[in-house]
Design a protein around this ligand. Structure first.
Ligand code: NCD
Ligand code: ZN
Length: 348
């Protein structure tokens, strides 16, 4: 059993860094572990223009130490009225790496999202032509559909027809949570890929109800049954190029998580890499961690892999109950993998 592994430095292909005070509290947790990160645009107001993405990128860079050499990759928030020319301009100028599709009201800060996917076809045609990836929050918003079925129904109702209309469009099915999504993505061509979060590899839906209502385990898409978690673990640890690391770290203030209408989102950035390493170890697949964390994502985005390397070692460490006043994923648990030559916690 290996006690140490060295891998090419990883990237995180799905993060929420927030803005203002919260940005300065959370960005270092991502920047000290990941060389690049796809930054989600669901701010208030959302990032819909090249100018606002550039300004947000500057704020992110100003909030984290230059020695970390962290590179935020910005995304555009698709609305019913976004102009294809704005996306093309941002992509060609190297500001937008991709565009994010939130079905309207599917999740946190998605009220300005897309109401009718068919209306988006001119935007998607432009994106396909210029090679700009579409990142999808894949859940239907139809209140008649059971919340645990919303991802599987989205595949049939929206994703399959969308990909038939735009076969050349590069699509990332974000934070997948079901065996239906695993099946659909793994049998697709190279234009489709998926990110998988650490929490969906560790917990099933019971975690939200263990001994009471546990808002720290509530995120969207919501965790599903155990059979789905197992399917996700097989997919992530398989080495299959369709799957790569995207933490979906989504911090919320304690008061917003604990209110009678608590926010969806799990803050996993402080120990995400350690969390993934544990899963790969448990599945006997440490040899595939590098593909998932450091190779498959850049290959999909047509970017070079990082040149630096990192070493991880088997070392038990306790995850604190709070990190910068926020509850981190795995709070109070012992994780068995750590990053060598680095403190387990960031000092801010
Ligand atoms: C995200 C957030 O809080 O911004 N929440 C979440 O539960 N994942 C939004 C999202 O990615 O759905
Ligand atoms: Zn997200």
């Amino acid at each position: 059993m290996a006690d140490q592994i060295s891998i090419i430095a990883p990237d995180d292909w799905h993060v929420h860094l927030r803005d203002g005070e919260m940005l300065s509290q959370v960005v270092a947790h991502t920047a000290r572990r990941f060389r690049r990160a796809i930054v989600m645009p669901n701010l208030r107001p959302p990032v819909t223009t090249v100018a606002s993405a550039r300004a947000y990128r500057d704020r992110i860079q100003a909030a984290c130490s230059a020695d970390l050499e962290f590179k935020p990759l910005m995304t555009a928030y698709l609305t019913d009225t976004i102009a294809p020319a704005e996306l093309e301009k941002g992509f060609r100028e190297g500001v937008f790496a991709a565009a994010k599709l939130y079905p309207a009201n599917a999740t946190t800060n998605s009220a300005a999202g897309v109401m009718d996917l068919l209306q988006l076809d001119p935007v998607l045609e432009t994106m396909a032509r210029i090679g700009m990836p579409l990142l999808i929050h894949g859940e239907v918003t139809d209140a008649e559909i059971d919340i645990f079925d919303r991802e599987a129904v989205f595949i049939e109702r929206h994703l399959v027809p969308l990909r038939e209309r735009h076969p050349e469009l590069k699509v990332v099915f974000e934070h997948i949570t079901t065996e239906q999504a695993v099946q659909y993505v793994s049998s697709a061509d190279r234009h489709l890929a998926a990110t998988i979060t650490p929490h969906h590899l560790h917990i099933n839906r019971n975690a939200m109800f263990a001994g009471g209502l546990r808002s720290d385990f509530y995120c969207l898409p919501v965790a599903k049954r155990e059979c789905h978690r197992k399917a996700l673990r097989r997919a992530a640890t398989s080495g299959d190029r369709h799957f790569f690391l995207g933490t979906d770290t989504a911090p919320h203030e304690r008061a917003s998580k604990e209110s009678s209408c608590g926010c969806a989102g799990i803050f996993n950035a402080p120990f995400a890499l350690e969390s993934y390493a544990q899963v790969f170890d448990e599945e006997g697949a440490l040899a595939h961690l590098e593909a998932f964390a450091s190779l498959n994502g850049p290959a999909f985005y047509n970017l070079p892999a990082n040149t630096r390397r990192i070493t991880m070692q088997r070392r038990d460490h306790l995850v604190p109950e709070l990190v910068n006043g926020l509850v981190p994923f795995h709070a109070g648990e012992i994780l068995s993998w750590a990053v060598a030559d680095a403190p387990d916690q960031v000092q801010l």
